[in-house]
Design a protein around this ligand. Structure first.
Ligand SMILES: N[C@@H](CCC(=O)N[C@@H](CS)C(=O)NCC(=O)O)C(=O)O
Length: 270
């Protein structure tokens, strides 16, 4: 029976789960929980995640939330992303290191990309503080990847998955950070390898699952879930409008933040 994933395809935490579902070939249905409409704070979703966040996963009579718990559950049942023994122990080390030390990347993405999208102006002093922090941790990750092809050794595991969504947004969407890996050849090689995986590329493209066909056919806009495509277009449009009206009509800029009840300072993961 297919598992049920609740979230938004553009959400970093949902993307962790989507990557693992695609990598393991697990059958799943995707259900949009539209943050822009505050659907994550409605009773129907709170019954799945009492903290009112996405994603959530329903597998038979089991309901899970927290993206890293969800991916351990999926990969524990199928595939080889979470092998038992030493590799799993090492994967755990680097999953924890991601939460403890890569969260500077999460903060950069929140501050430079998602914040403005939600109507929050960029705080330049915070950006510089984050840049300093990033420069402190990147050499540590670089050194590790100089000795290991992937975070847990020779094979791609859940540890790599955990780093991917925020890294993708930082390198693609954050002005001033798009070249963050340039001075680090091993981080660059790791990124080239993981971002080139078909499952990862498919999740980045926000498309729904089309087993095998997706590798053969060009991706089309129709492949997006209709309601999700609409929600994301709306988000993009609002973000562009907010940018355009920044100077002329400042109150307009805060409209998106108001669209998410209880989320004047929306959290985009920890
Ligand atoms: N630690 C949680 C974080 C979940 C999270 O922050 N989700 C974000 C989207 S990526 C969210 O639901 N934000 C809305 C809110 O916090 O109100 C996980 O890994 O699943």
């Amino acid at each position: 029976m297919a598992v049920q994933l609740y979230g938004m395809r553009m959400s970093t935490c949902a993307r962790r789960c989507l990557i693992v579902l695609e990598e393991t070939g697990t059958a799943y249905d995707f259900h949009l929980v539209n943050l822009m409409k505050g659907e994550h704070k409605q009773p129907e979703h709170l019954a799945k995640n009492p903290f009112g966040q996405i994603p959530a996963l329903v597998d038979g009579d089991l309901t899970l939330f927290e993206s890293r718990a969800i991916i351990r559950h999926i990969a524990g049942k199928k595939g080889d992303l979470y092998p038992e023994g030493k590799t799993r122990s090492l994967a755990e080390v680097w999953i924890n290191a991601e939460q403890a030390h890569w969260n500077v990347v999460d903060q950069i993405v929140g501050t430079v990309y998602f914040g403005p999208m939600m109507g929050k102006p960029v705080d330049q002093s915070k950006v510089e503080e984050l840049r300093t922090k990033l420069n402190e941790v990147l050499p540590i990750f670089e050194k590790h990847l100089a000795a290991n092809k992937y975070f847990a050794g020779d094979s791609f595991t859940l540890a790599d998955v955990c780093y991917i969504p925020y890294t993708q947004y930082m390198l693609n969407n954050c002005e001033g950070f798009k070249n963050a890996f340039d001075a680090y050849p091993h981080l660059t090689a790791w990124w080239k390898s993981v971002s080139g995986r078909p499952a990862v590329a498919k999740v980045f493209s926000n498309r729904k699952s089309w087993p095998i066909l997706v590798l053969l056919l060009p991706l089309r806009d129709e492949d997006l879930d209709e309601d999700e495509a609409e929600a994301e277009e709306e988000t993009e449009r609002e973000a562009v409008e907010a940018e355009e009206t920044e100077v002329h009509d400042p109150p307009e800029r805060t409209r998106m933040a108001r669209m998410v009840p209880g989320s004047q300072s929306p959290s985009w993961d920890v």
